[in-house]
Each structure stands twice: as C-alpha cells, then as structure tokens.
Design a protein around this ligand. Structure first.
Ligand code: PEP
Ligand code: MN
Length: 347
C-alpha cells in the first residue's frame, strides 16, 4: 500500500509510481477516500528494490506491506503445519528443555559427562555444550575443537541429542560429521548472512535442527524472522527461534530480558520459540524466575546453562549456570506454568 504525503497524487506522480510497479510485474489501484487517496500495489509486493524505489520518491510518506517479507517463516505459509521433533519430543506438545554447560572444558571432560547425566536426570531433552566460543575478550578461552569428541561422548553416554554453536563455515562440517543434532547460531552471528546461508545449504538434505539466537542489536521482529528465513530457504525448515535478551538496559541484568517477545513472534511465524533465560538475565539467582516468565508468555521450551559445579566451570558457568538440583526444580515448576498457561482464555 502506497501512502503519499499529500491528499492525492497528481496524474504525473501516479504515472511515475505506475511505471515503477509495472517494472516489477505489479499494478497500481487507487483507493479513493473522502479525505485522501492511497494506492494499493496489486501483485507480489515483496520486491525490496521496488519498495526502495517507491520509498525514495520525495512525495511518498511510506509503504505499508500487506504481504509478509518472509515467505516460508510466515505463519500463513505452507510450512505452518510443520513440527520439529527432537529426541522423541515434538516441540509444542510438551515443554522442551535444552541444558548443559556454557563451555566444555577440554582439560576436565568429566565435568561435562557428569553434567550431561545430571541434566538428563533433571528432565532435559537435549544437552548443550560450547565447543567453539564467541568471547567478548580476545584473551579469554575461545573453545577447543577437541571438545567436540567430549560433546559426542556425552551424547553417547546419555543417549540424548546435543546442541553446540558454530561460528565459522568450517565448523559446520565438523559438527555435522561428528553427529551434532542441533547447530546453534549465537547472538553475535545471528545477522551473519553468509554463515546462515552456509548452514542452510549444509543441512538442506538432513534433519539437523538450528537453534537461532536473537541478536543483541536486532531491531524489528521481522529482522529475527528473516534471519531464520535465510536458513529455511535452502529446504530444511527445522529452525527454532531463541530469544536470549538484547542489549542491556536494566542495571544488573546481563541483557535486556526479552521473554515477552513470544506472543509477538507467534502472531507472525509458525516457528517454535525456545527462550534462553541464562544469557538474558545472566545471573543464576535470576534464571528460574525468567524461565517461568518465559513459559507463561508461551515459550515452547527453555535453553538453560547448567553445571554440576558452576564455580569450577569455564565461560559463563560460574555466573549463570544452575546446579542440576535447581535446574530440576525449575523444570518441574516450568511444567506447572506450561499446564496453567493452557488454561488461560485469550481475549
Ligand atoms: C552460549 O549459548 O553460550 C552463548 C554464547 O550464547 P549467545 O550467543 O546467546 O551469547
Ligand atoms: Mn554461555
């Protein structure tokens, strides 16, 4: 829909906008109101270049798009009935929980094995563990490819699928060859379109899942959903959206908690939403409340950092990992909230 700055456009201007939209196979249909006239674009109005050219005209106020810019992620798309199942759990049918340490310590693999067993016992369905780590400080531990073997051994010992972050194209093949079920795209890479494309291409013919974190500086919700569209466009629709807090605004929380985004995402997309409360609030003491709030807002699952001995962990674990005991309580309470939320009447 073309909304001009003036009440109605002169014939010259209508001719100009008509020329532009016709180049893209569309037509202009004026909608004449008592006070002003607006101009509908009839046809596929998603071409970015067409929109940019119209928006660049000095007499145009804005273009309101009726069609979604994301063809596959849109909740009205053919993929709307797609369900993602991991390790026997179908997302949306029961609360799905991912848990494990921030970072696998290659020098102390037993911490990972013990944590993997403990989070399984606590009720987790998939184990997380960082092999390669995006660290703010270049001198901090950056991860170690050797931890991939530890991750997969943890998976064998527990029988649970695993999730790990890939930061570079070369790591995608290593992770897939090792048998990683879920590739995580971190907050820092959520807008790295070449990485997103490479992941989409690599998993096109597999049933691998992607956990796409929300970027720290992402703006409109469509930016997040469009990042997922980059991956899904290659043919594998198994993308889970993972809000994890945005740039901090509340002194004391690591990030700005964004678990309230879920209903807005669900208005626009069919994709399941798994909230990461650990990186959102960033302190173990605050994580359980954030997790419960996330489920109350309608999240399909939680991704929670947990470690058998948080203080012995590396990466974020000493600050934000829950002990398996607290994790077990949090999961049990989150399941109650899940059940309660299903009784909430909407409207
Ligand atoms: C992580 O999951 O350990 C991590 C670094 O996450 P994020 O990309 O959300 O910061
Ligand atoms: Mn972490």
């Amino acid at each position: 829909m073309i909304l001009p700055k003036e009440a109605r456009l002169s014939p010259d201007k209508v001719a100009e906008i008509t020329r532009i939209v016709e180049e893209f196979g569309c037509k202009v249909q004026p909608i004449i109101g008592a006070v002003r006239t607006i101009y509908a674009i009839v046809g596929d109005e998603r071409d970015e270049l067409m929109i940019n050219r119209l928006e660049g005209l000095p007499y145009i106020d804005r273009i309101d798009r009726i069609q979604s810019p994301f063809k596959l992620m849109d909740r009205r798309s053919d993929l709307a009935s797609h369900r993602i199942a991991i390790g026997g759990v179908t997302l949306g049918e029961e609360l799905f929980v991912i848990a494990g340490p921030c970072t696998i310590d290659p020098k102390n693999p037993n911490y990972f094995y013990e944590t993997a067993a403990a989070v399984k016992e606590a009720g987790a369905h998939m184990i997380r563990g960082g092999v390669w780590k995006p660290r703010t400080n270049p001198y901090s531990f950056q991860g170690d490819a050797k931890s991939l073997d530890i991750l997969m051994e943890g998976s064998r010992r527990t029988g649970l699928p695993v999730d790990t972050e890939v930061m570079e194209v070369s790591q995608i093949k290593l992770a897939l060859d090792a048998g990683v079920t879920c590739l995580q795209v971190g907050a820092r890479n959520a807008l790295n379109y070449s990485l997103l494309r490479a992941i989409g291409r690599a998993i096109a013919d597999r049933d691998t899942v992607v956990l796409l974190k929300r970027g720290l500086h992402m703006g409109p919700i469509s930016e997040f959903i469009s990042a997922a569209e980059y991956i899904v466009a290659f043919g594998n629709p198994n993308v889970i959206l993972c809000p994890r807090g945005t740039a901090p605004t509340l002194d004391g929380y690591r990030s700005h908690p964004d678990e309230s985004i879920t209903p807005l995402l669900k208005e626009k997309t069919w994709a399941p939403v798994v909230i990461d409360p650990s990186h959102s609030v960033g302190k173990a003491a605050f994580v359980p409340a954030c997790a419960l709030a996330a489920v109350a807002y309608g999240a399909d699952g939680l991704c929670i950092e947990s470690h058998v001995s948080p203080n012995s962990g590396i990466g974020d674990d000493p600050k934000q990992s829950l002990t398996p005991e607290v994790l077990a309580d949090t999961i049990a309470q989150a399941k109650q909230v899940w059940a309660l939320r299903r009784q909430v009447k909407v409207g």
